[in-house]
Ligand binder design. Sequence first.
Ligand code: NDP
Length: 447
Amino acid sequence: MNRYASTQNFMEYVQSRNVGQPEFHQAVEEVIDSLLPVVQENKEFQEAKILERVVEPDRIVSFRVVWYDDKGEAQVNRGYRVQFNNAIGPYKGGLRFDPSVNVSILKFLAFEQIFKNSLTTLPLGAGKGGADFDPKGKSNLEIMRFCQSFMNELAKYIGPDIDVPAGDIGVGGREIGYLFGQYKKIRQEFTGALTGKGPTWGGSLIRPEATGYGAVYFARNMLKFNKKDIAGMECAISGSGNVALYAAEKIIQLGGKVLTLSDSKGFIFDKDGINAEKLNYLHDLKTVRRGPLKEFAEKFNVEYHEGKKPWGVKCDLAFPCATQNELNGEDAKLLTGNGCFLVSEGANMPSTPEAIEVYKEMKVLYGPGKAANAGGVAVSGLEMAQNSMRHSWSREEVEDKLACIMSSIHDSCIAYGQTQNGVDYLKGANIAGFMKVAKNMVSFGVM
Ligand code: NDP
């Protein structure tokens, strides 16, 4: 069987080698669809088995994490680090602490990271990690003990030139602080082995904001390319964590109107638009106190829809910023039926394959996560550069660089994604991200 003859053939190969990993299959299929024509035309890539190698992680580390809860009872979790590909730089990608964490989810995230990191133009390889630990309802001391125990093992595998983790769902500035403190103690070194650090201990300004801001910059680039502007646009956002709240902040700064935010329990609809005062409250509620959005709805007297997603609301632009597969085919039909014409993904793989089909049919401007949310890892790359120089750039300098990187990602998508029906950003992002990695892998020989 010729593996390169069709997506289905190649996927049979991937599925047989990665049984029971549906999220990983989904992420690979989305990419292979775009890459097969490139590989079919390139003998060098075929001979070096680049496609087979690019879907195989360099290594996966899995380890036990034991810690004491506040009652003095020992708890056992499982930690992971997936080091997927370092063809263009040290492994780079976040850590996720969530009960849903498993090998399939981390492999999908690390795989996406290959293309995303390549698109940033920075020298960043791809990895992802985390644990099936649930930070919800844990005390500060429990979080600290968990992070220290997690780092006792992870420290063996990371370093500023080897693998540089950052945050993701459930891992924000506080957790990075505990992880960095423990790394520093074990290794006796103060280096940039993690990003998302505090600004007084090696962190970059704008890193917390970067993913959300970047997703809005990417939307602005798509709009500009179509002679439109974000000012006056009505926006639906999902999520209310780090990515969602900074996406909201940037939309408001650029004159757009934020109608919705959501969490794992439901969504809020604010017909007047969320303003800076409400956003301040939300930062405290969701990222410091980690309370439910319902509390916000009661305080500001806005609509709250328990157990629902925000995709039925009439809007112009949508920013899915919560989690994977949060927007399915039915949601996409509702969204586009109500006039939404642009989707910029702050989250990783939030749209299901069926939703992406609807975007295609409805000619929606669709910015896939690996392009639209690359701002976070891009500023992590800038944090690594500042750490190497032992120097810090100002907010303005970092934000300018972020805006330039997002424009350059948009340009790359256009360069590789032109079709008869306009720009296919998914195809453009996949091919542009792949080419650099594949060429480097060929240069290094078969190994
Ligand atoms: P946070 O933990 O800060 O926030 C996650 C948000 O999503 C919370 O509002 C949470 O609700 C909600 N959520 C989580 N799971 C679900 C679910 N199953 N259904 C509905 N809502 C859910 O994470 P981030 O903001 O950092 O990350 C959000 C997304 O962005 C993820 O896909 C992540 O991989 C991606 N991303 C993050 C980057 C970063 O720099 N942080 C970089 C690039 C991508 P609740 O409060 O109820 O838990």
